[in-house]
Design a protein around this ligand. Structure first.
Ligand code: MN3
Length: 252
């Protein structure tokens, strides 16, 4: 074995047990990262760890738009289960979180089991979703994102209408997304189940900057069958600082 390979193997052996993605995959193992633009954009952003991270606010922080009971069950039961099942799938299918970023796993998801697809997507989507929201939001997108929204959708109002419609019209369970496409334009779409636009199996492809969970578990306790009311109120808790920073970083 060459010295270079040996040191890489030792490195993975030493770091593998930590089970955390620490942003090294893009620089240490470039061959494992998909080469399309969405994944190139993802490399600029801090990777999402394979393990569930602390909720960045309290369960009641998004009241009244999203009630505390829904947040508690959503985070501590539904999302926690995706993280647990993802850990099982990575162990069973020999994915080393220290050497394969979650983002690059999603880019190659067709090579893995349905369990991996459902739970890698479910975990990634929820970790992003918690950050996309925050308490006491009344801001709008920052300048660069707002300019891109106006350019690609005509107006902020036209954008929110189109995005809300993507969530309302997703049949069954899934997500609405705002993505940056390979040609650096903004695009709205939706995905079924726990799929997302980083997946190589997704019809909608791009780098996700904004995502909305429209599974019934995200709103049923408060809104019952009224998904449109949930979506209307969800706009009140979008953390535009986070979303705008994510857009700016991805576009660099
Ligand atoms: Mn959910």
């Amino acid at each position: 074995m060459k010295k270079e390979q040996l040191s890489r193997r030792n490195f993975i052996g030493q770091t593998g047990k930590a089970g955390v993605a620490i942003g090294l995959s893009a620089t240490v193992l470039p061959s494992l990262v998909s080469c399309n633009s969405a994944h190139a954009m993802a490399k600029n952003i801090a990777p999402i760890p394979y393990t569930q991270q602390p909720l960045p606010y309290g369960y009641n922080a998004l009241e009244p738009s999203i009630d505390a009971m829904t947040m508690e069950i959503h985070y501590s039961k539904h999302a926690a289960t995706y993280a647990k099942n993802l850990a099982e799938a990575t162990a069973a299918e020999s994915v080393n979180p220290a050497s394969t970023s979650l983002e690059s796993l999603l880019g190659n998801i067709s090579k893995y089991s349905p369990k991996m697809r459902n739970n890698a997507g479910g975990h990634y989507n929820h970790e992003l979703f918690w950050k996309i929201m925050g308490p006491k939001q009344n801001a709008k997108p920052a300048q660069a994102l707002m300019s891109a929204i106006t350019r690609d959708f005509g107006s902020y109002e036209a954008f929110t209408t189109q995005f809300s419609d993507a969530g309302k019209n997703r049949f069954g369970s899934g997500w609405a997304w705002l993505v940056i496409t390979d040609d650096k334009k903004l695009k709205i779409g939706s995905t079924p189940n726990q799929d997302n636009p980083l997946m190589n199996v997704s019809d909608l492809k791009g780098f996700p900057v904004l995502g909305l969970d429209v599974w019934e578990h995200a709103y049923y306790l408060k809104y019952q069958n009224k998904r449109p009311d949930y979506i209307t109120n969800w706009w009140n808790v979008v953390n535009w600082k986070f979303v705008s920073d994510r857009f700016d970083t991805a576009m660099k």
